[in-house]
Design a protein around this ligand. Sequence first.
Ligand code: ATP
Ligand code: MG
Length: 139
Amino acid sequence: MATNRTFTMIKPDAVANGHIGAILNDIIASGFRIVAMKYTKLSPEKAGEFYAVHKERGFYGDLVSFMSSGPIVAAILEKTNAVEDFRALIGATNPADAAEGTIRQKYAKSIDANAVHGSDSDENAEIEGNFYFTAFDKF
Ligand code: ATP
Ligand code: MG
């Protein structure tokens, strides 16, 4: 398995509920190395652009307004098998279905406010990381 990268956001609900530290701790304890990290806030336009892949879905408007409702933490993470292992660490999209011990099971309350984002492929991890960070931000 190659060392590769994924991209995550700690979403506005988890930031507002005081879970930044606990979530970063879980991520680091699971063997991910932080390559880049930023505390920032998405405008509705930027959130719409980030989630453009979902624009035909019924929840798109709610997703965009939620993701621009407060600050987030964006980060690029590195590990062997990063994309798949990070999806396992965060758990199912709906926290009600997320396995015991996963980040969404521990820190999320609903499918729309589900604490964290994780890239779904190496290709999207690259695109999403480059949405926030330039080569000079990656270490
Ligand atoms: P993410 O991309 O945020 O890591 P995911 O890959 O598990 O989540 P996606 O299918 O990509 O899930 O959906 C993106 C986000 O849209 C979800 O994290 C969730 O917040 C929201 N979402 C997905 N499905 C629904 C739904 N049925 N109702 C409301 N919100 C939804
Ligand atoms: Mg997704």
